[in-house]
Design a protein around this ligand. Structure first.
Ligand SMILES: Cc1ncc(COP(=O)(O)O)c(C=O)c1O
Length: 337
């Protein structure tokens, strides 16, 4: 990898920030640091969806979410001289914990800029993996300004949560694993936020089988990707409002082209549908899933999916259960409401 522009060296004319080769390289690079996650099924949920469903359980991944795939690929791609000063990120969610964990494995410092209103459980996750918490104000401007200062003071490297070829390549390893575990998958449903996860998954899946359909699942209260597809350009929103705390970011300039070209459809669901799906994950699958991780099940059970052409054409549907880091306090609160 070329550490300066985040592009794999072998692909000078890359169409996207990652390709099947960089994703296969990532798979080898991160194998010692991640779990091969299980694929679960449930005949009860199959009957409800009238499809064969396969739940790829990244909630059982190290750190409780898929994010360690991209974070470990990025951090273990760094040359020693770059890595020695450590890494920085200003995400307060699953990416922050994954960067902390991957940095710990590489024995380098991780500086995590966290807004002062971040949920306690997320801060604890970062600390548990040895990340050094640096507080910022709540606004994105403050987070970015503090991260910039940390970068200048330490000489560390910024690890972006999604707009980075190494992150996209790491997340794409999910498809390599999934399509080996369950041959014949025709549709993959993927939560979307900044788009790193779905970019990696769709690049790898379509390289293996171009007819695989990729469906994004997005909260109605943060539907920038859906609006971007309609507008044919990146749309950002003045504000977001959803219980899915991992799905509030907007697409980046490296993820948008992949979403534009390779994502076949975007299904938007309400918070109510997400909470109902979370409940089904607990009660039927017996799995603790966070709102962002349950959204794929909500999408497959939605009216929008049932009325789509994709519904008529799909049989074996994989759902990426992307994370299980539930903020219990927020969950009780929303269930009570
Ligand atoms: C659990 C979970 N699912 C999905 C996503 C969305 O990933 P991306 O931003 O790469 O689209 C995130 C991002 O933080 C997440 O934490």
């Amino acid at each position: 990898m070329d550490g300066k522009n985040n592009q794999p060296c072998h692909t000078v004319n890359l169409k996207y920030a990652a390709d099947i080769h960089s994703i296969k390289e990532a798979q080898l690079r991160i194998a010692p640091f991640i779990h091969t996650t299980p694929v679960l099924s449930s005949s009860t949920l199959d009957s409800l969806a009238a499809k064969q469903l396969f739940f790829k359980c990244e909630c059982f991944q190290k750190g409780g979410a898929f994010k360690i795939r991209g974070a470990s690929n990025a951090i273990f791609s760094l040359h020693d001289f770059e890595a020695s000063k450590g890494v920085v990120t200003h995400s307060s969610g699953n990416h922050a914990a994954a960067v902390s964990l991957a940095a710990k494995l590489r024995k380098i410092p991780a500086y995590i800029v966290i807004p002062e209103n971040a949920p306690k459980c997320k801060v604890e996750n970062v600390k548990r993996y040895g990340g050094q918490v640096i507080w910022s104000e709540v606004t994105m401007q403050s987070r970015e300004a503090v991260a910039k200062k940390v970068l200048e003071d330490t000489g560390a490297v910024l690890i972006h949560p999604f707009n980075d070829g190494r992150i996209i390549s790491g997340q794409g390893t999910i498809s390599l694993e999934l399509l080996e575990q369950v041959p014949g998958i025709d549709t993959i449903i993927v939560p979307i936020s900044g788009g790193g996860l779905i970019s990696g998954i769709s690049i790898a899946a379509k390289a293996i089988n171009p007819s695989i359909r990729i469906i994004a699942a997005e909260p109605k209260g943060a539907d920038d990707a859906s609006q971007s597809k309609v507008a044919g350009r990146i749309v950002t929103l003045p504000e977001t409002n959803t219980i899915a705390d991992g799905l509030r970011a907007f697409l980046g300039d490296l993820t948008w082209p992949v979403v534009r070209d390779l994502v076949d459809e975007i299904i938007t669901v309400s918070d109510e549908e997400i909470i109902k799906a979370m409940r089904m994950c607990y009660e039927i699958l017996k799995v603790a899933v966070e709102p962002s991780g349950a959204i794929g099940l909500a999408a497959v059970l939605s009216d929008q999916f049932k009325q789509s052409r994709a519904w008529q054409e799909s049989n074996k549907v994989a759902i990426i259960v992307s994370g299980g880091n539930v903020d219990l306090a927020a969950l009780w609160d929303s269930l009570a409401r």
